[in-house]
Design a protein around this ligand. Structure first.
Ligand code: ZN
Length: 301
């Protein structure tokens, strides 16, 4: 078993409309935009990051808005839902603001189902799970999100994914219906729900699809050990890639979902102060010559 994975680091998805997604995350979910940059490989596309006050790993949702992206087909081989933790009792305030949103209970926890701007399945879960520093500039602190609670992985069969999650240090907690819940040590974005859905089609990526889910490790030394262990176990893992705010490795899982392992360091304060995180358009040095063009081309946020 691999030691050192602490839970979810970030989740990256695709959107159809940068401004609409930005409004949803900052106004409706009350998250802070902690970085406004571009897709380093395709700089005419934003890369937007939303999270807690400082972008603590375990709170960060990132988006690539592609204006021409088509609709997604939901199915297997993708992240099926994302869940944020809220304080016990917070859902009654959320439900008052979102009349018609479904509430239910799973694994003994109360949940509220929200739909994102591109049809994303988002959940708020009353839980004592907590990560990061609450950003309560938009919403009352009682309602504030307290980092990711969990993510749901939807696959056609369990075999390889169960093996992989166990290898990554996750232990099964129990099963309800088609979902088996796994948890890795601690209480910090530490839950994965594996949803076995052989009757569903294979997902097709589009607006609202998650591109990959990243798992957190403290530093590059642990990341290197994990990379070696994954390769020994037969996974085809990329070299370490410098993503400015963290270092990343990627591999495709047996269920078809792209996993990343990302370092907690150096974080989002590396290129701008906490007080103004996410306000300026930040470009890597190689794209600075494009600044004038990009500031005119990208929709204002
Ligand atoms: Zn990533």
């Amino acid at each position: 078993m691999i030691d050192g994975i602490t839970g979810i680091h970030h989740i990256t998805a695709m959107a159809s409309d940068a401004a609409r997604t930005d409004t949803f995350f900052t106004r409706m979910l009350g998250q802070r935009r902690v970085k406004k940059t571009v897709n380093f490989d395709a700089p005419e596309v934003y890369h937007l990051y939303y999270g807690d006050r400082v972008g603590t790993p375990g709170t960060v949702m990132t988006y690539f808005p592609f204006p021409d992206i088509g609709a997604a087909r939901r199915g297997t081989g993708e992240v099926g839902h994302l869940a944020w933790a809220v304080r016990e009792g917070a859902l009654k305030d959320w439900a008052r603001n979102h009349r018609g949103a479904t509430q239910d209970t799973a694994f003994g926890e109360n949940r509220l189902h929200l739909t994102g701007p591109d049809g994303e399945a988002f959940l708020l879960v009353e839980s004592d799970s907590e990560v990061g520093q609450v950003w309560a500039e938009t919403l009352d602190a009682r309602m504030a999100l307290r980092g990711f609670h969990s993510a749901g992985l939807r696959v056609a069969d369990a075999g390889g994914m169960d093996d992989l999650l166990r290898l990554m240090g996750y232990a099964p907690l129990g099963t309800e219906g088609s979902v088996t819940r796994y948890q890795v040590g601690g209480n910090r974005a530490s839950v994965i729900d594996l949803d076995i859905r052989p009757e569903m089609p294979i997902a097709t990526a589009g607006a609202g699809s998650v591109h990959h889910i990243a798992f957190a490790v403290p530093d590059r030394a642990v990341q290197t050990e994990i990379r070696d262990s994954l390769i020994v176990a037969g996974y085809d893992v990329t070299p370490v890639i410098d993503r400015t705010y963290f270092h990343a490795i990627y591999f495709r899982t047996p269920g078809g979902i792209l996993f990343e392992i990302a370092t907690d360091e150096p974080g989002f304060e590396i290129d701008e102060p906490v007080a103004t995180l996410g306000e300026a358009l930040l470009l890597p040095d190689r794209h600075e010559p494009l600044r004038g063009h990009l500031e005119a081309f990208l929709p204002p946020l």
